[in-house]
Write a protein that binds this ligand. Structure first.
Ligand SMILES: Nc1ncnc2c1ncn2[C@@H]1O[C@H](COP(=O)(O)OP(=O)(O)OP(=O)(O)O)[C@@H](O)[C@H]1O
Ligand SMILES: [Mg+2]
Length: 355
């Protein structure tokens, strides 16, 4: 980058010419040595065109005194961006009270101060969340806020840059590969698209975790698979291939597969996406019925308010990489928090806009 715009030559102690934005930022800095260091850094940044920890004044940046600084000292707009947050926003968490209304009982999952960044994009920014055992919890939030990323941290498919994820008291990021393999037997996971193996029929798809993770014989496997498929209304579909099923049937098959190991924790990533309202309602009923029978910690990710009303015991609202508020469903639906209020009423006016 050889444009004179941002370049600050300092030959033989000559005063550099500063852009108004940079001059304003430097005013806040103090001692001359620091200013010189900053100018040098700006120089390097301009020369290499790679992101550094110093603002290059190409866009309006917040001055260093009022920029939002994350708990790890990183500066919003300079060191990282957050989807849905303007780089110059000085107070992106003004609606995040973080209020945790207690659900009662023990917590099965604890997410503690988790930060996760991909390149410069910070998806989770100090996320704290506790999910109660033996209840159906839902994490609701606008599209692209990191709901699927959160699930992947809980099952150990992604690791946090900092912070911790405890499942039944065990730190997931601290586990060895073998331990992770073991603990995953406690999880049932229904991916956003069902994620069935396309080359296996429905029976083999549902039998897969039993064959992979247990030494049960085929007879026992058959009785478990048959029971689970009947439970989800697919008793007649054993020999169908996934591409012969409707979206709703594929989700139900995915649900049956998520349940075969009698998991203590079941996670559903948007079980309702792509389903018509009646099938969504039926799937919700099914989730509730199975939960009532088997118990455990269920985590359902969705942005569907109907699903939330139908099945949630506990709700957490995720936005800008943090939980805005969480608590028992009735209390969250009554919340006076402006964002929670807007989101849970699908109101067009409020803090969430189309940006
Ligand atoms: N492995 C990855 N590498 C880089 N960026 C990623 C990765 N995984 C997710 N992201 C980004 O993280 C952000 C959040 O993604 P995520 O899938 O968690 O959103 P979501 O809340 O589940 O959205 P939706 O409601 O649309 O499913 C997106 O901007 C996505 O592009
Ligand atoms: Mg998702």
């Amino acid at each position: 980058m050889s444009d004179a715009g941002n370049e600050q030559e300092i030959p033989g102690g000559e005063e550099p010419e500063l852009s108004p934005e940079l001059a304003e930022a430097l005013d806040d800095l103090g001692p001359e040595e620091e200013i010189a260091e900053e100018i040098e850094a700006v120089d390097e940044a301009s020369a290499s065109d790679t992101p550094t920890d110093v603002a290059v004044a190409s866009e309006p940046e917040p001055s260093s005194s009022d920029a939002f600084v994350a708990s790890d000292g990183a500066v919003l707009g300079r060191d990282f961006v957050i989807p849905g947050v303007a780089p110059g926003d000085t107070d992106p968490y003004r609606w995040h009270t973080g209020i945790k209304r207690e659900a009662g009982g023990t917590n099965a999952i604890e997410v503690i101060d988790v930060v996760k960044q991909f390149g410069r994009t910070r998806i989770l920014n100090g996320l704290n969340l506790s999910l109660p055992d033996d209840q159906i919890s839902m994490v609701l939030g606008p599209s692209g806020t990191g709901k699927s990323v959160l699930i992947k941290h809980i099952v150990g498919l992604l690791y946090p840059d900092s912070g911790d994820v405890l499942v039944k008291g065990e730190s997931i990021p601290a586990l060895s590969d073998d331990e992770l393999f073991e603990i995953r037997k406690k999880f049932g996971l229904l991916f956003q698209d069902g994620a069935l193996f396309g080359s296996m029929n429905i029976y083999d798809n549902v039998a897969f975790p039993l064959r992979q993770h247990t030494d049960k014989g085929e007879e026992e496997i058959e009785s478990i698979v048959t029971r689970r498929l009947r439970e989800v209304g697919l008793g007649e579909a054993h020999y169908k291939m996934p591409n012969e099923l409707s979206g709703g049937m594929r989700k139900r098959a995915g649900f049956a597969r998520a349940l075969v190991l009698d998991p203590e924790i079941v996670m559903f990533d948007e079980p309702d996406s792509g389903l018509d309202p009646v099938r969504t309602a039926l799937l919700c009923e099914l989730i509730k019925e199975v939960h009532a029978e088997s118990g455990g910690c269920y985590l359902v990710i969705s942005h569907d308010l109907g699903t939330a009303r139908r099945i949630a015991d506990f709700i957490a609202v995720l936005w800008k990489g943090r939980i805005v508020e969480s608590g028992p469903k009735e209390e969250l639906f009554e919340s006076e928090n402006e964002f929670v209020h807007q989101f849970l009423r699908a109101d067009v006016t409020g803090p969430l806009a189309m940006d």
